[in-house]
Design a protein around this ligand. Structure first.
Ligand code: SF4
Ligand code: SF4
Length: 214
C-alpha cells in the first residue's frame, strides 16, 4: 500500500517558487521513488530544471522514508545547505511535506500532488484501493472496496446498470459488484452479500480527524 503521487505541472511549481531563488530539494526513497515522482532520478531532473531557470540548488537528498519521524535526523546532516536556502522543495506525498514542515522553519514547497492510497497492479500502473472512509466493509465484500471501486460508492449491491460485468458509468471499468459477486462465489460466501450495510453517517466530520491508541 503506497501513497500515489503525480508531479505538479512545472508552471505551478514555478509559481510557488516566485521570489525564492535558492532551493534545497528533498525526495523520498519509498512511495515517491516507486511512483517515479521523487526518487533520485526525479530529484536530479528537478535540480537541472531549476538550475535552467536560474535558481540555485543549495543541496539535495532522498530521505529513506520522508513521512517517518527519522526524517528529522536525516535532515540534520544537511543543516548548512538548508539554512542557505530560501525554501525546501519536497518531492514526496503530503505526509512527507507535513513532516518536513514541522521540522524546518522555512517555506516548504510540494512538487507533487498526492492522489490516493493505492496498489501497483502491473509495473507502473497504480489503482486506488481505499478512501480511508473510517468504516471498513471489506469483510463483507470479499476484500474488494465498494467505496473506491464502485462509481456510486454503493454498499448494498449493484445499481442495476451493470452490463456484461462493466460499469454503466464507465464501460472501460469492471463493475465493482460483479467483482465482489465473483470473489464471494469463489469463496462459497455469496450469503454475505445479503447482509445489510446501514447507511453511512454523511454529516460533516470535524477535521482534523484524530484517534488515540490506548
Ligand atoms: S470500505 Fe473501502 S474505503 Fe472504507 S476503509 Fe475499507 S477499503 Fe477503505
Ligand atoms: S455498474 Fe457497478 S460499479 Fe458501476 S455504479 Fe453500478 S454497481 Fe457501481
Amino acid at each position: 500500500m503506497k501513497s500515489i503521487t503525480r508531479q505538479k505541472p512545472l508552471e505551478e511549481i514555478e509559481r510557488q517558487l516566485e521570489g525564492m531563488d535558492r532551493i534545497y530539494l528533498v525526495g523520498c526513497g519509498t512511495c515517491a521513488t516507486m511512483t517515479k515522482t521523487g526518487g533520485r532520478e526525479e530529484v536530479l531532473n528537478m535540480k537541472e530544471h531549476l538550475q535552467g531557470l536560474g535558481k540555485m540548488v543549495t543541496g539535495w537528498t532522498v530521505i529513506p522514508i520522508a513521512c517517518d519521524e527519522m526524517t528529522d535526523v536525516s535532515l540534520k546532516e544537511s543543516n548548512g545547505a538548508i539554512s542557505n536556502a530560501h525554501c525546501v522543495m519536497v518531492m514526496s506525498c503530503a505526509l512527507g511535506v507535513h513532516r518536513l514542515a514541522g521540522y524546518i522553519n522555512k517555506p516548504v514547497i510540494p512538487a507533487v500532488d498526492t492522489l490516493f492510497i493505492g496498489l501497483e497492479e502491473d509495473p507502473g500502473s497504480f489503482h486506488e484501493v481505499c478512501a480511508q472512509c473510517g468504516h471498513c466493509v471489506l469483510g463483507f465484500t470479499g476484500g474488494i472496496c465498494p467505496v473506491t471501486t464502485c462509481h456510486k460508492h454503493l454498499l448494498n449491491g449493484p445499481c442495476g446498470g451493470t452490463n456484461d460485468g462493466k460499469c454503466e458509468i464507465d464501460r472501460t471499468k469492471n463493475c465493482a459488484w460483479t467483482l465482489i459477486y465473483e470473489r464471494l462465489k469463489t469463496q462459497g460466501r455469496l450469503d454475505v452479500m445479503r447482509k445489510y450495510q446501514p447507511p453511512r453517517n454523511s454529516h460533516v466530520i470535524p477535521r482534523p480527524r484524530m484517534t488515540k491508541i490506548s
